[in-house]
Design a protein around this ligand. Structure first.
Ligand SMILES: *Cc1c(COP(=O)(O)O)cnc(C)c1O
Length: 470
């Protein structure tokens, strides 16, 4: 299996020195940078043409250079040590304020709530902080000692991870096979006195569909539990889609039961990887998860979240991305992305053999009853297309980002898809070469999926055990 992936060949071993230990003598900075630049340039070419789903949300090298300048000014700063960097207090406060404004936190203020937020290291970090806050809040306010949490089965694995790490029982609510949306009655019936909260996605990663947040809110309010809305992916694009008149229901703090929202600046916020926001309807939720160790011999310690030291560079680059792009910029990019996504979805709908899952937005997913959908992947992969593979049912997903909005990409998608459908019709239900695994690493999946993924991880992280000969 590992051999089949051909990932065990140590990358760049023929071209660059393999470091088995620290080099005896430090290298010239120029030489180091040239090595990095050569690899980066070649790897960027894989997505620059606009054929890779998700992952490169911005793709604009001028914007990246601007972020690098902002990052560079603060790269050395630890924003945990706030007394020597008041600028961090300004920037973090403003990032949170801008995000709260986007999700209509004024609605919560109207009811006497005090909306607040935290800047985290990514979507997973934001979700972990939200689940931790729910657990702590439920423990403090309701005396919950055996916490459980409910997610739709389409909810991101970060919720499973958070529950796993924080000792919370996870209950998974079924979703409708056609609409992909959560069964709200099931959620209602499975809440008990130990439930800390429930969640819905706007939108989910798999299908780009939006759970019925208003109905989940009624259920959460009725039972007095938290409701987290996962806008990690959609947070910095769906509000602009609403403004453009795209059919997107309200999913933010205007819905009264919504207690927290996660939104990734490192996706459609066009900031660097390693930044995200988590927003709370009221201070009490966030504050419940603060960590203090006031009697430590090293001094009185406190941290706002799970991280200790935090990067001033990432904060500055995130702030810079938001204020440079502005409402008009986000709106302009959203329009281009929604137009492209609509064109690509029309191409899919033009083939009666293909079915789009539910009512998607800028991200869509499609399957087929006529043939194994992975034949479409097999045919388009050599042309540079990289979709994400899904399972139960098998489907392919495309998250449209700015690289796809370049001229000609949607047209090339339509043409290549037509050829791929013809190819797949010939193959029918014969097994296809590619299979479903998050992140687009595809290979023949067998029964023992855990073992397979373990070996893929080994090929990525244990390479020091099998370095090529000197
Ligand atoms: C990306 C994503 C996450 C998790 O974010 P990371 O940044 O990968 O940790 C959570 N939910 C959804 C819907 C996402 O798309």
């Amino acid at each position: 299996m590992r051999e089949a992936l051909a990932m065990s060949d140590f990358p760049y071993a023929e071209r660059f020195t393999v470091n088995r230990a620290l080099p005896e003598h430090g290298r010239e900075p120029q030489d180091v940078l040239e090595e990095l630049a050569a690899m980066a340039k070649e790897e960027d070419a894989a997505w620059e043409g606009g054929r890779v789903s998700g992952t490169m949300y911005c793709g604009d090298h001028d914007h990246y250079a601007f972020l690098n300048d902002a990052f560079g000014l603060y790269a050395h700063v630890n924003i945990l040590q706030r007394d020597i960097c008041p600028s961090a207090t300004k920037m973090e406060g403003e990032v949170i304020a801008m995000a709260l404004d986007l999700f209509h936190a004024e609605a919560a203020e109207g009811e006497g709530g005090e909306p607040v937020g935290l800047l985290t290291t990514g979507g997973t970090g934001s979700i972990m902080h939200a689940v931790l806050a729910m657990r702590e809040y439920a423990a403090q306010e309701r005396g919950v000692t055996r916490p459980n949490f409910i997610k739709p089965e389409t909810g991101h694995p970060a919720f499973d991870k958070a529950c796993h790490l924080f000792g919370v029982e996870l209950r998974k609510a079924p979703c409708d096979a056609d609409t992909t949306l959560v069964d709200v009655d099931w959620v209602d019936q499975h809440i008990d006195d130990q439930t800390i909260g429930i969640m819905g996605s706007a939108c989910n990663y798999g299908y780009g569909t939006i759970d019925p947040i208003a109905e989940l809110s009624d259920v959460a309010t009725k039972h007095g539990v938290g409701l987290h809305v996962d806008c990690c992916l959609g947070g910095f694009i769906l509000p602009f889609g609403q403004q453009l008149g795209v059919d997107i229901p309200v999913f933010d703090f205007r819905i009264p039961g919504v207690t927290s929202i996660s939104a990734d600046t490192h996706k459609y916020g066009y900031a660097f990887k390693g930044s995200s926001t988590v927003l709370f309807r009221d201070k009490a939720w966030r504050n419940s998860q603060y960590f203090f160790l006031t009697d430590w011999t090293g001094g009185k310690y406190g941290s706002p979240g799970m991280e200790g030291s935090r990067s001033g560079g990432l904060l500055a680059a995130t702030w810079a991305s938001m204020v440079k792009t502005g409402r008009d910029g986000y709106l302009r990019y959203a329009r281009e992305i929604f137009d492209t996504a609509t064109a690509m979805q029309s191409a899919v709908r033009s083939h009666p053999e293909l079915k789009i899952m539910g009512q998607p937005t800028f991200l869509f997913s499609f399957r087929s009853d006529e043939f194994d959908i992975y034949h479409v992947n097999d045919h388009m992969r050599p042309k540079g297309w990289r979709f994400n593979g899904q399972q139960y049912p098998n489907a392919l997903h495309m998250a449209v980002t700015r690289p796809q909005t370049q001229p000609g990409v949607a047209e090339a998608f339509a043409a290549d898809l037509a050829e791929a459908v013809a190819y797949a019709k010939e193959k029918g239900h014969e097994p296809a070469a590619s299979g479903a695994i998050y992140g687009g690493v595809a290979g023949g999946m067998n029964d023992d999926a855990d073992e397979f993924i373990r070996s893929v991880m080994a090929d990525m992280f244990d390479t020091h055990q099998s370095l090529p000969p000197d």
